[in-house]
Design a protein around this ligand. Sequence first.
Ligand code: FES
Length: 316
Amino acid sequence: MPLITVTVAEIIQESPHVKSFRLVRPDGSPLGRYSPGAHIDVVGPTSITRQYSLCSTPDAEDSFSFAVKREENSRGGSSSLHELQVGDTLQISEPRNLLSIAPEAQENLLIAAGIGITPMLSMARYMDVHDIPFELHYFARCEEEAAFLPLLMDRCPERLHAHLGVTRDEQGDLLRASFVNSAEGAHIYTCGPEGFMDKVVEIAREHFPEESIHLEAFHPKEQPDASQNTEFEVELEGETHIVPADRSIVDVLQENGADVDTSCEEGICGTCIMQVLCGKPDHRDSVLTASEREGGELIAVCVSRSATPKLVLDYY
Ligand code: FES
């Protein structure tokens, strides 16, 4: 995927550990709109590529903003971005969206924890301006660590439910209460630490159909023991290749000249998704929804494998 060179136009310390970065094109031309919930690849100063949700106003064309939490054990990703200065340049991808607002939703419940607020912020900004019904539940350890809380309190106080310093048990009670009180046909969107999202999804399943639950993962899920992997065939554009037990589908396809883009190579960004024409995928990603997995028509070829002797794929 072609990258775009951008300049850091503004840096804001949003909380003790979170900075936001506003990006513009060096020549001042617009970056364009993006769809709420989208993320970009950011190639940082150490050439490490990471995915970050956009959190600026989706309809504003002049700039993009994203926010980064400085991770304690950062090996150069978040810590190097925190060293950026206004005027520095970065490379980013075009926005990609795996967390779209469901057009059929009667109400939208945005459930964020910690830095998971970032995709929810762009969705809330968009829904606020476009009169789309939503409620935003924001869980954070304390007010000081809740990035963007002052902005949300200012812009949409009647939609915001800030849950600060609540225990895990209290989280469950609050989620249940909000789900019970939501409109019929509501959709749930969640982003945050894996354990938090698991809890949101588990409780949401008690109240909503699977296709109404949407999530944005930041970390890959644990992979099954690779020693159990087996060889299978993959066909693309009439050519069949063997995928050995110790190699990924995308490795084999790229080696044979296929034009498959990748980014995270951990099953979380969605860049490598391909269409399945025949065969049954063994899904190992964190990016497809449960209904997409069950549908069996898409596969993230960087991590997923085949549950049948052969998969026939096409570009997505
Ligand atoms: S490259 Fe990110 S999901 Fe496959």
